[in-house]
Design a binder for this molecule. Structure first.
Ligand code: ADP
Ligand code: MG
Length: 582
């Protein structure tokens, strides 16, 4: 029985384990470490998850869902072809797929998982993540903040044992900035700040908006599949520019008979991204303020997450800090690798014995307090302020406000707002007190918040009444019947389709090409789909194997054509001409 680590990302998810004295990433059934966090409903009613689903984002936008982690912990229903699923239910489908892959790769069942979450996630979002894992069939006792995982791995491989680091994780949909203090083998997270609605997706949208503006298209007026195509063009251009910062990149959208095109280079991209970078700056500033550490005392700024690879982003930060930040070794894998280390520590691997990790409370915890008897809008008295190092234990005394008051109700809240009602209510307990003058009787309230995100509240009233409760989000206390209901909804959606995963991906790639290309290339993609579907239906393994080979070759060629930049085409031709010269 194995314990696995999961980086459940907005865009991509990864699995890690601690084996033979080191962290390893586990490949999925397509032999890739990154599985897109995408779900798509196929025509036969079965579900595609991962790359096959991502490929359908363009051709079947209505049947496909992505970026649902952004809504984790909310009641926002996401539609898959008219079927409504909650964000944690979508996540459960991704987790189920990841688990299948992990079990196949390990050759043994998975007994428990450690999952990373954005540092900024509140209790609702954390509970929804645990619930997703429960639905996927694996218990999760420990969540770890993504930047903590990144810091842990960074300090482990660089051996930077005494340093103050700022970790900036810029992913597809979230930004997390944390300040960590490494001393010998202790890693202490001093402060965190974040924005869980800011990431590479926003850059894609900004490029898409610029493209429409420049080419006279009306974004709002574009049908969803055209919008998806523009977004894909934007992402491809962005990634291309991060590999070739001095180059230029062409975005071409063919609609009916007209080709809409735009050339993009790094300075233009920098200009487009400026408003997004300003938002990043604000989060960094908040983290620095919270940490109480002067910026000059931060030894290194470490960049992680897919979007950190963007050259103009690194340039922006270099100007901001007057110093070049360090791009982590494998910025897209580092969180998963850190979670893997955490698994190692949990399994008490001998070589990790010296490694200890502390964490901080990502939000403030307190009690609703009334100042007078007439007070109708209580404020929140904070017992454990945000960024307190965990585990934390704090006690405070509260007194009665009215004459002969018999009970004191303690409502537990989480959040940063002044009025309790503007924060998230976690639960309540009530103690009785002897009748007396206002303020004469009281209660000592103790909060204990542990590293696993469990809050225990104890109350001891002056008359001797004692109560205590472990405050768990009510969401986690699903009744058997409720759990059954969700599981049934899942059963109706078959995860495994008759078509094998790899074949499904081939078909999805061809369909995406069909949607993207025009003229004879589109016809060719359509022909490929027909032929391959026929080969699958034939039931002959030999025929299918032959068809797979042909399909793979033709798809590669068509994809190369679809992705080709006309500038490249031009250079390639030039080079060929040169070679021909005597
Ligand atoms: P998440 O943690 O949100 O799942 P990742 O860390 O995997 O996300 O980052 C995904 C984001 O990184 C996407 O928006 C993707 O477009 C972007 N990305 C991936 N590679 C590059 C690159 N070379 N340059 C710029 N952005 C990139
Ligand atoms: Mg991530």
């Amino acid at each position: 029985m194995a314990i696995i680590g999961i980086d459940l990302g907005t865009t991509n998810s990864l699995i890690s384990v601690y084996r033979d004295g080191g962290v390893q990433l586990l490949p999925n059934d397509l032999r890739q470490y990154m599985t897109p966090s995408c779900v798509s409903l196929l025509e036969d009613g079965s579900l595609a998850v991962g790359a096959a689903a991502k490929a359908r984002l363009i051709s079947h936008p209505e049947q496909t869902a992505a970026s649902f982690k952004t809504w984790m912990g909310t009641e926002r229903e996401l539609s898959l072809c008219g079927r409504a699923l909650l964000p944690h239910e979508m996540s459960a489908l991704v987790l189920k797929k990841l688990l299948q892959g992990a079990q196949a790769a390990l050759g043994e069942p998975v007994e428990e998982a450690v999952i990373s979450v954005p540092a900024y996630f509140n209790d609702n979002q954390r509970c929804a993540t645990k619930l997703a894992a429960q639905l996927a069939g694996v218990p999760v006792k420990r969540l770890i903040n993504e930047p903590s995982a990144a810091a842990l791995y960074h300090s482990y491989i660089t051996g930077q044992t005494e340093a103050k680091l700022m970790i900036i994780d810029f992913g597809g949909g979230t930004l997390d900035v944390s300040v960590v203090d490494c001393f010998e083998h202790i890693i202490e997270i001093v402060a965190i700040a974040g924005n869980n609605h800011l990431g590479g997706n926003d850059i894609d949208r900004a490029i898409a908006a610029h493209f429409c503006q420049q080419t006279g298209l009306d974004w709002e007026g574009l049908p969803p599949d055209h919008q998806a195509r523009v977004l894909e063009l934007a992402e491809t251009a962005k990634i291309k520019l991060s590999h070739d910062p001095a180059g230029a990149c062409m975005l071409i959208l063919e609609l009916k008979d007209t080709a809409h095109s735009l050339s993009l280079n790094a300075p233009a991209l920098r200009h487009i991204c400026q408003p997004i970078f300003e938002q990043v700056r604000e989060v960094i500033s908040r983290a620095v303020k919270d940490s109480g550490i002067p910026l000059s005392d931060v030894d290194d700024v470490v960049l992680v997450g897919g979007s950190s690879q963007l050259g103009v982003f690194v340039d922006y930060l270099e100007e901001l800090f007057s110093k070049r930040p360090t791009l982590a070794d494998s910025p897209e894998h580092i969180v998963a690798l850190g979670v893997g280390l955490c698994v190692g520590i949990k399994q008490r691997a001998e070589e990790l014995q010296d490694l200890v990790m502390t964490d901080v409370c990502p939000f403030s915890l307190g009690i609703a307090t009334y100042t007078t008897q007439q007070d109708t809008n209580p404020h929140m008295a904070t017992l454990i302020p945000r960024s307190t190092i965990l585990p934390a234990r704090r006690a405070e005394r509260f007194v009665t406000t009215s004459p002969n008051q018999r009970h004191i109700k303690l409502e537990v809240y989480q959040g940063e707002n002044y009025y309790a009602a503007d924060n998230l209510k976690l639960g309540e307990i009530t103690v009785s007190v002897p009748p007396d003058a206002p303020g004469a009787q009281g209660v000592i309230v103790t909060f204990a918040y542990d590293i696993n995100g469990i809050l225990a509240v104890a109350a001891e009233a002056s008359g001797g009444d004692k109560k205590s409760a472990v405050i768990l989000n009510p969401k986690l206390n699903l009744s058997e019947a409720e759990l059954q209901q969700v599981l049934e909804k899942f059963d109706a959606l078959r995860l495994q389709s008759q078509v094998g995963e790899a074949d499904q991906l081939l078909l999805a790639r061809a369909e995406a090409l069909f949607a993207q290309l025009t003229g004879r290339y589109r016809e060719e993609a359509g022909y490929l789909i027909q032929q391959f579907a026929a080969a699958i239906q034939s039931g002959s393994l030999i025929q299918l194997n032959r068809a797979r080979k042909v399909m793979e070759e033709k798809l590669n060629a068509l994809e190369a054509f679809a992705q080709m930049d006309i500038f490249d085409l031009y250079t390639d031709e030039n080079e060929e001409e040169e070679e021909c010269r005597p």
